[in-house]
Every structure is written in structure tokens, then in C-alpha cells.
Write a protein that binds this ligand. Structure first.
Ligand code: CU
Length: 571
């Protein structure tokens, strides 16, 4: 179906050649990712876990801003798979973005696909993960982006750097967990552990001998690249007796500030500096949930690693080596989350888009489907015999199954999606009040919203109180955006526009929409393609909390999506 003409191939080659000539220092990094089942033992039980190259977490990619990454993914697992390069702008390379049935069909068992893209203007920490069903529970790794060759960090160069991947572990096959939930219509089982770099740590059974040790020397500065790779849980993160200097998030630098605790929603990254300024000893590094939904079950355990001074007294000498445990915020401590997120600022004045072309207002929240007449009651185990769902602007997103949206868009295949995703909620209501039961049932469909190339977009994301209000980490593919403001209650343009930070708002790829509140973001639609926007709690994307922006080509080659790679998987 997708035929790459010889002329366009030659043209692409010449473009690549001329680009390479102007970026003499930029490197190309080649990697092979073999997706395969691997025996992994955690919490006293061995599972056949889907990994990349037998590693859990998967390999860390280390590059400089400006470099090109080429990853050949071979699928030797029994599931369909795709890999998403979370936060990478993918300028003109939308075919390499990865979400299944959005920018590509899945790589079938036995198949392969080579992702090829360039890091442009992003520095800090991103990550990669599977974007097919719940495979990302174990198929993920760090993507470290150092400053462009010949430049340096906007802070003193740290002596060490360590990626800290926060994960979530089920003592079960995560694919079985989501399949069971999809069958019953109920909430999926909560996880059994959180992990730091793949290890639950000392507070879990059969885990303490493998607890991750992070070394530090007295007097040195250490950069921790913290990534929330958990499937369904926002997490607080802290280290006993050490303060963080926050210097970046989602591969954009921030105005440095200090705090003793940070919070990350799934999908978010935060770069922090710590100093070896405490008495040489062992200190717990700890993560546990921020749970904003009231009454919903969650995994309330705590994962730990150990920050160990190299000169710390050795346990063999009879000195107690039990690490110091830090206090952690209460699970429902929204005030701490608000204080943290409102401290984030760009390092200096930035060019916030103005002269808005597209003024969008999307509700985000859960819903309940009444049990379909032909369904056995065992398939309606949501509240009061319903099935859980979720939506944006009352549209519950359904992935296509025989074309990717991008392929259908570019080849003009009809019937794969409709372009009627609404710019505003079809019905206005008191979003964070007592919502009438008649507004709880969204409409399923594959609706997209079209944007002209270069459109200046303002998007209000309004949380709803339908079923259960909670914080939703909303992630946009293909774009970074400025977060102008967040607040609680219903967004009110007369009152809340005055709160916009038009000077130094933070730039991110994932924004936490506060529980029973709203967030306002802006971006310029200057990257053509099909870009998924979704809640990064996988349970919510499973229920349909997603939509797609279709961004048209601009004028000329440099404002147009590249042709699809010859090995693009088709359905
Ligand atoms: Cu959500």
C-alpha cells in the first residue's frame, strides 16, 4: 500500500545529506530493540515478562540535542507491539511516533520496524515505552538528552547523573489484567508494587537483596533524572534529609527552585540536583502514590532505593546501616501538589503564542455506560451494573483496527475516522458540581480535530466530577506546550484569564489537570501529522480518554510530513 517512490527517496537522501553537512557534530545512534518474553522474578514470583533485549527496565538511550536516533525494533513476543518516544517532538517524522493505530499499525509477532528521528531543541530527560495495550508496564526505558555538542547545562555540571525510573509492577501478566477489566467493565486490579529502576525495594517481600543503590560522594552534586513510568498512578518522590533543586521537566529547562518533595504524573519527567551535604550514611529514596480520586481503590505501598555515601560506615563494622526514612506527603495531599506545580517556571521570558486562532475547551473525565441489552451481567461489573468509560467533550475515543489514522489521513482512506471532534462540550454544565446522571454516558467514536499548519492553539482542559473526579495527566504527542495556568473549580474566562502566566510559563508535554479543576495550555500547530492527546493513566486511555489532532501540511517540504518509511507496518 505504501510505496516510496525512487524520486522521493533520492530527494530525502539529498535532504539528509545537506542536513548532515550543516550539523557536522550531530551523531546518529543505532540500536536494536528485541521485544521478547524474559523470566523476571519480583515479589517472590517469577513471571514471563515482556522486555526489550531481556532488560527490565529497558536500555537507556543517551544522546545529545541535535542527534539522530535509529532503532530497529524486532518483535519476538506473542503480542502486537509499537514503541513511542515519549516527548520527542518528531518534527516531520510523525510515522516514527509509535502509538498503535494512530501513526502506524502494530508490529506483529515476528515483524520489525525501524524508527528514525532527530532530537531538535530538546534537552533533559525523556523516555520511551510500548504504546500498545498495557505492554508499557514492563517495556520502557530512559532517553537522556544532553546539551547540544559544544554547549553545556545552564547549571554547574553535576559530578554524576542517574536515571530514576518509577514503575508499577503487577504480580500477574499486565495484559491479562487489562483484558479482564475490558471483559468485565469494572476497574482493573491495582498493582502490587511500585519500583525504582525495576526494583520494589526494602519494604516488599523477597525484594531487599536487590534494592537499588544510588552512590554519592560527600560534597558532590548529582543529577537525578526522575521519570514516572508507572501505568496508572501519580507518585510523590523524595529523599531523606536531602533537598532537590529542580532544574528541568519533560526535556525543557526550568528556573531552579528547591523543594523536599516532587510529584510526577505518569509520562512526566523531572530533573533534580542533589548535593552530598549530609553526614555520610544511607538515606532512603522513596516514592508513593498521590491519589486524588476519593473512594477508588489504589496500591498504597511505598517503593524505595538507597542513597549511599561512599564514605558511609560499613555495616560489617557493627554500625547500624538501616537507612533514614523520609516523611512522605499524605496520599491525598493536593495542596503539596499545587504548591509544587505552581513553582514551575521557564528559566526566562519566553515567546508565549498570542493571537489565538483556535480557542478550544475540552472536558476530561470518566463516565459509565449502561449495560448493553445483549451483555451478560458478568460483563457489567462497574458501579451499579454499568461499564466504566471515559471521554473528552463527551466523545469516548475508539482506536481504528484496520488502518492507522495517519495512514488514512495521508492516503484519503474513508471511514476510518470522522473530523467532528467538537471544539467545545456539546452540553455546558457545572463540570465540577453535582453532575446530572443523564450526562454520564459519552458517545463512542473515532473523532479527530483538524488544525491548519501554524494555527495558534489555546486549549482549556476542564476536569469533570462525573463518577469520580481526579487529577488527569494529559499528554500531547508531537508537541511541547506552555502551561499558562491551572486552577480549581470551573474555568471562568472573565476571572481566570488574569491568572495566565504570559511571561515565563513552564513548557511540558504532559500537564496534570487538577482534581475538580482545569489547566490552560498553548502551542503552535507547526508539526504536521496525526497526534494523539490522551490521559497518561493507561486505565483511562483504555476507557477512551483520548482524541487526535490532525495537523495539515504547511507550504513546501520543510512544513510537510516526510513520506512514510518503506517498512512501515500495515494492518
Ligand atoms: Cu485520566
Amino acid at each position: 500500500m505504501v510505496v516510496l517512490g525512487r524520486t522521493s527517496f533520492l530527494f530525502g537522501f539529498l535532504l539528509l545529506f545537506s542536513a548532515a553537512a550543516t550539523l557536522a557534530d550531530a551523531k546518529v545512534h543505532y540500536h536494536d530493540f528485541v521485544v521478547q518474553a524474559t523470566k523476571v522474578k519480583r515479589l517472590c514470583t517469577t513471571h514471563s515478562t515482556i522486555t526489550v533485549n531481556g532488560q527490565y527496565p529497558g536500555p537507556t538511550l543517551e544522546v545529545n540535542n541535535g542527534d539522530t536516533i535509529v532503532v530497529n525494533v524486532v518483535n519476538r513476543a506473542r503480542y502486537n507491539v509499537t514503541i513511542h518516544w515519549h516527548g520527542v517532538r518528531q518534527v516531520r517524522t510523525g510515522w516514527a511516533d509509535g502509538p498503535e493505530f494512530v501513526t502506524q499499525c502494530p508490529i506483529r509477532p515476528g515483524g520489525s520496524y525501524t524508527y528514525r528521528f532527530t532530537i531538535q531543541g530538546q534537552e533533559g530527560t525523556l523516555w520511551w515505552h510500548a504504546h500498545s495495550s498495557w505492554l508499557r508496564a514492563t517495556v520502557y526505558g530512559a532517553l537522556v538528552i544532553r546539551p547540544k555538542e559544544g554547549t553545556s547545562y545552564p547549571f554547574p555540571k553535576p559530578k554524576r547523573e542517574t536515571p530514576i525510573l518509577l514503575g508499577e509492577w503487577w504480580d500477574a501478566n499486565p495484559i491479562d489484567v487489562v483484558r479482564e477489566a475490558t471483559r468485565t467493565g469494572g476497574a482493573p486490579n491495582v498493582s502490587d508494587a511500585y519500583t525504582i529502576n525495576g526494583q520494589p525495594g526494602d519494604l516488599y517481600n523477597c525484594s531487599s537483596k536487590d534494592t537499588v543503590i544510588v552512590p554519592i560522594d560527600s560534597g558532590e552534586t548529582h543529577l537525578l533524572r526522575v521519570i514516572n513510568a508507572a501505568l496508572n498512578q501519580e507518585l510523590f518522590f523524595t529523599i531523606a534529609n536531602h533537598r532537590f533543586t529542580v532544574v528541568g521537566a519533560d526535556a525543557s529547562y526550568l528556573k531552579p527552585f528547591t523543594t523536599s518533595v516532587i510529584m510526577l504524573g505518569p509520562g512526566q519527567t523531572t530533573d533534580v540536583l542533589i548535593s552530598g551535604d549530609q553526614p555520610p550514611a544511607r538515606y532512603y529514596i522513596a516514592g508513593h502514590p498521590y491519589q486524588s480520586a476519593q473512594g477508588a481503590p489504589f496500591d498504597n505501598t511505598t517503593t524505595t532505593a538507597i542513597l549511599e555515601y561512599k564514605s558511609a560506615p560499613c555495616p560489617a563494622k557493627g554500625i547500624s546501616s538501616t537507612p533514614v526514612m523520609p516523611p512522605l506527603p499524605a496520599f491525598n495531599d493536593t495542596a503539596t501538589v499545587t504548591a509544587f506545580t505552581q513553582s514551575l517556571r521557564s528559566p526566562s521570558k519566553v515567546a508565549v503564542p498570542t493571537g489565538i486562532d483556535e480557542n478550544l475547551f475540552f472536558t476530561v473525565g470518566l463516565g459509565l455506560f449502561n449495560c448493553p441489552k445483549n451483555f451478560h451481567p458478568s460483563r457489567c461489573q462497574g458501579p451499579n451494573g454499568t461499564r466504566f468509560t471515559a471521554s473528552m467533550n463527551n466523545a469516548s475515543f475508539v482506536l481504528p483496527s484496520n488502518f492507522s489514522i495517519l495512514q488514512a489521513f495521508k492516503q484519503g482512506v474513508p471511514g476510518v475516522f470522522t473530523t467532528d471532534f467538537p471544539a467545545n462540550p456539546p452540553v455546558q454544565f457545572d463540570y465540577t458540581g453535582n453532575v446530572s446522571r443523564s450526562l454520564w454516558q459519552p458517545v463512542p467514536g473515532t473523532k479527530v480535530y483538524k488544525l491548519k499548519f501554524g494555527a495558534r492553539v489555546q486549549l482549556v482542559l476542564q476536569g469533570t466530577n462525573i463518577q469520580t473526579a481526579e487529577n488527569h495527566p494529559i499528554h500531547i504527542h508531537g508537541y511541547d506546550f506552555y502551561i499558562l495556568a491551572t486552577g480549581s473549580g470551573n474555568f471562568n474566562p472573565q476571572r481566570d484569564t488574569a491568572k495566565f502566566n504570559l511571561v515565563d510559563p513552564p513548557m511540558r508535554n504532559t500537564v496534570g489537570v487538577p482534581v475538580n479543576g482545569w489547566a490552560v495550555i498553548r502551542f503552535v500547530a507547526d508539526n504536521p501529522g496525526a497526534w494523539l492527546m490522551h490521559c497518561h493513566l493507561d486505565v483511562h486511555i483504555t476507557w477512551g480518554l483520548a482524541m487526535v489532532f490532525l495537523v495539515e501540511n504547511g507550504v513546501g517540504e520543510l512544513q510537510s510530513l516526510e513520506p512514510p518509511p518503506a517498512d512501515l507496518p500495515l494492518c
